[in-house]
Structures are given as C-alpha cells and as structure tokens.
Design a protein around this ligand. Structure first.
Ligand code: HEM
Length: 486
C-alpha cells in the first residue's frame, strides 16, 4: 500500500469514527441524558389497557410502592405519566396551557357542553369564559344563592314525615338538582320547566359513558339521545333568554350572570354559549356536590364523636343567631366544614385529573431523583390516591376531620398541592365555595331538625361511575325533632 493509500485509509477511518461518534451522540447520549420515568410492566399494547381497565386506583396502589411517585403507563400508542404527591405534581397544577393543556384530554365533553364553549374554544376564549364563571360565583352572588339554597332545603325536608326511612343518596341527589336548578339555571326552569329540563339533563348525563371518553361521537343510542337533549335545551334557554331580554327583568342566578357577561372586545355572550356554560356548570357541580353530601352524612352518622361536635356547633350558632341561616352564618360552621372536607379527602369524586404535555419538563421527587417528562405524554395526577399519602395525612384511611384543625393542618404541611380534591393552581375549582355552602346549608338543616341513624351498612365506592360516588342505597332512619336543636 502506498503513502496515498495509507492516508486515504486513515482519512476514511477518521471520517467513519466521526460519523459513528456523531450517531452515538445523536441517539445514545441524549437518550441516556434523558431521565425518563420507569414504565409499568405489562404485555405490550394491551397490557396497559388491561391494567387501566382493572381500575386506575388499583394500578396506582400496585405500582406506586414499586416505581415511586413518577412512572409511565403505555396505553395503546399513548404514554400516560403519573405524578403522585405535591413534590412532583406542582408543575401539573401551575404550568401554563402552552406547556400542559386540558383541551385535548377533556375533548370528550364537547358534544355534551356544545359548540363554542370551554374545551371547544381556544385557551384565550376559554380563559374569558372561566372569568364569567368567576364573576357568577363572587361572594355577592353567593349570598343570594345561599338564600335560595336554604329555601329549597326547608321546602324539600318539610315533605318528610315525622319519622321514616329514606335512601339518603337519592334524597340528596334530588335536593341538589332542585337547588342547582334554582341558583344556576334560573327561576323559569325551577318553577315551570323543571321536569322537562331534568329529563333532558338526564339524557345528557347518560350520554357521558366511559366509551365516550375515547369515542365521543360514536353513533350509539345514548349519544343520539344526548345530542337531541342538547339541542332541545338550547331551544329552551334561547326562549328564556329572549323573554328576559324582552321584559328587561333581571334575576339573581348564574343564567343572568352569563347573559350579562361580555368578552374583552365588548361582544356579549350568545344564547348557545350561555346554554353551554350552564351545562358545564351543572356537570362540574351537581354530582360532585351530591356525592360529597352523601359521604359527609354517612361518616357523621358512623362517628358519634364528630356527630356530637357538629351538633354542638349548631347549638352554639342557634344560641347566637336563632334559627336564621345565611351566607355569613354558614361561614362560621368550621366543624361542619372540616367534616365535609375530610369526607371529600377520602372520596374525591374526580379521581383522575389529566393534561397533555406540549413541552418537556422536569420533576424532582421528595427523594431528590429527577425525571424528564417528554412532550407528547398525557400527564395525570390522582386526588383519590394522593389524598391518602401517609407521609402527608396521618393514618390516612381514618376519618379524622381534626387533621385540618389549627395546629395540625395536614392539608398544608406539604405545600399547596397536598389536598387536591378541588384540584389547585391554574385550574383549581371555581365552584369550591358554592359547593361548601350548598352542602353546609343542607346538613345544618338536617342536623337542626332531625335525629338520624344509618341503617344500611357503611356504603362502598362505585368505582365504575364517571364521577366516582357511592354504590347502592344509603338507608337512613329519621325522626323529626320536637323543636329545633337548642
Ligand atoms: C364537591 C364539589 C366539587 C368538586 C369535588 C370539584 C372538583 C373540581 C376539580 C378537581 C377541578 C379541577 C379539574 C382539573 O384540574 O382538571 C374542578 C374544576 C372546576 N370546577 Fe369544580 N368541583 C366541585 C364543585 C363545583 C361547582 C359547584 C362548580 C360550579 C358551580 C364547579 C366549577 C368548576 C369549574 C368551572 C372548574 C374549571 C376551572 C378551570 O379549569 O379553570 N365545581 N372542580
């Protein structure tokens, strides 16, 4: 081999080495630098699905001890990365929409809520629509909603006899539909159209099935009924809005607030948007609140210590204010508040919150391990699981409302995302104060006016429902008090 040949070969070797080095650096080094979360073991393709269908909480209970607070599940072609606990879920709650968005993962709501609202619109419009919710739920509005909640509760329970047995779950569901109807949908619906509108909401509700999450437009009878009901509701609300506009009569309800809402550019809401926002409010608030009222009752009736604590609180408030109940008096019910909050810690109706990742981000676990969560992953956190983490909540499966009392405040010790029944951060629940007021209004009335006893076994969890609630009936024996508590 001559000198030129030697140079040629050496040159080739150098070029090849550089190329290989480049390839290694392109494929291996970046990959090895990426600290991807561990992956849930399972058979390819269907394994993840089977694990998920078996119940997401069962899967979390099995995997969290093995894999820790950050791990990925392969579900079909999607990667779902779970972030469990306040240390790793902070970004989930705080990230801007451009980094972690709700739009894709909550798309399945679009045929129910209707066009032009919430997850059917850009984030900038959605933000304005959430501003309408915030305005409709301001304290001055809440004060007048509370007066209506109290009238509804008094009216509803006046129809109970002097003693008897009822399914508390059914009763509270019905009362809450009536209250929501009055405060949110308006007087016209509550007074004249209640049965028609309830039936239509029932069809909307039944059109939201687990299969709808994956295929919201699948041509099945339940979806067809949902679409018909949505159209009919739009007609009903268009008539009500037109009649309010004609007469110039204003009411104290969320409907009025949405009619009066304006976008930044001065554009008023359309009739279709008002209908869609009301449906969204009802979907966000109705089952969640009635489920929480039922759990609150079940726990109080099984925990004599807390039952007597809430009764004492009611007695004291009655000594101070007489029989009167209003927004400010409800705000004084701290013991009842903690009892509701604890029922909601153990049983958050929204068990899984989701986002879609639009850019890579890094999380750090409490052990100091860092993981990079890639763009394109679905990111999930679970109130049902995180609310029972033993390093945050002492003896986490125990009903212990005092864990929120001054001095313990377990919901705050690990930062703002320790207790996440209402989510938190950028998309935290806008209806939280409304929900507490409603549940307190119902329970203060029941406690003051009835002696109650749970006669069926302590209820189980209905994991199969979209909004996870109570399985079966919750039978309660009641006896009307001769005179209210004091
Ligand atoms: C016990 C009752 C309730 C519970 C447990 C609850 C729970 C939640 C949770 C967990 C979120 C966050 C969802 C996420 O991050 O993906 C949320 C958001 C929301 N909730 Fe509630 N909710 C309740 C009652 C209500 C009520 C009564 C209303 C309205 C009347 C309401 C309106 C909303 C709205 C508008 C949002 C969206 C906020 C946003 O994305 O910026 N909720 N709720």
């Amino acid at each position: 081999m001559d000198v030129n040949g030697k140079f040629f070969n050496t040159g080739l070797l150098i070029v090849a080495t550089i190329l290989v080095a480049k390839l290694i650096s392109a494929f291996l080094i970046p990959r090895s630098r990426k600290r991807l979360p561990p992956v849930v073991n399972g058979w390819p393709v269907l394994g993840g699905l089977l694990r998920f269908l078996n119940g997401p909480i069962v899967m979390l209970r099995e995997e969290y001890p093995k894999l820790g607070s950050v791990f990925t599940l392969n579900l079909f072609h999607k990667n779902i990365t779970f972030l469990i606990g306040p240390e790793v879920s902070a970004h989930f709650f705080k990230a801007p929409e451009s980094e972690l968005s709700q739009q894709e993962v909550y798309q399945f709501n679009v045929p129910t809520f209707g066009p032009g609202v919430v997850f059917d619109v850009d984030y900038s419009v959605r933000q304005e629509q959430f501003r309408f919710f915030t305005e409709a739920l301001r304290v001055n509005k809440l004060k007048s909603y509370v007066d209506q909640m109290i009238i509804e509760a008094e009216d509803y329970f006046s129809k109970w006899g002097s003693s008897g047995e009822v399914d508390l779950k059914y009763e509270l569901e019905h009362l809450i539909i009536l209250t929501a109807s009055r405060c949110l949908l308006g007087r016209e619906v509550r007074d004249k159209l209640f049965d028609d509108v309830s039936a239509l909401f029932h069809d909307l509700d039944n059109g939201m099935l687990p299969i709808s999450v994956l295929f919201p437009y699948l041509p099945i009878p339940a979806h067809r009924r949902r679409d018909r009901a949505r159209k009919k509701l739009a007609e009903i609300f268009a008539n009500i809005i037109a009649s309010r506009n004609r007469t110039g009569k204003k009411e104290d309800d969320m409907l009025q607030s949405f009619i009066d809402s304006k976008y930044k550019d001065g554009r008023p809401t359309t009739e279709d948007e008002v209908t869609g926002l009301l449906i969204a409010a009802l979907f966000a608030g109705q089952h969640t609140s009635s489920i929480t009222s039922t759990w609150t009752g079940a726990y109080l009736l099984c925990n004599k210590q807390y039952l007597s604590a809430v009764l004492d609180e009611q007695k004291k408030l009655m000594e101070k204010h007489g029989n009167k109940v209003d927004h400010d008096i409800l705000a004084e019910m701290d013991v009842l508040y903690r009892c509701i909050k604890e029922a909601l810690r153990l049983h958050p109706p929204l068990i899984m919150l989701l986002r879609s990742s639009h850019s890579e981000f890094t999380v750090k676990t409490r052990e100091g391990k860092e993981f990079d969560i890639p763009k394109g992953h679905i990111v999930a956190t679970s109130p049902a699981f995180a609310n029972r983490l033993p390093y945050i909540f002492k003896d986490p499966d125990r009903y212990d409302p005092d864990r929120f009392a001054v001095g313990r405040e377990e919901d705050k010790v690990a930062g703002p995302f320790s207790y996440i029944s209402f989510g938190g951060g950028r998309h935290g629940c806008l209806g939280e104060p409304f929900a507490y007021l409603q549940i307190k209004a119902i329970w203060s009335h029941l406690l003051r006016n009835f002696e109650l006893e749970l006669v069926s076994p302590f209820p189980e969890i209905d994991w199969n429902a979209m909004v996870v609630g109570v399985k079966g009936k919750v039978m309660v024996r009641y006896k009307r008090r001769g005179h209210p508590l004091n």
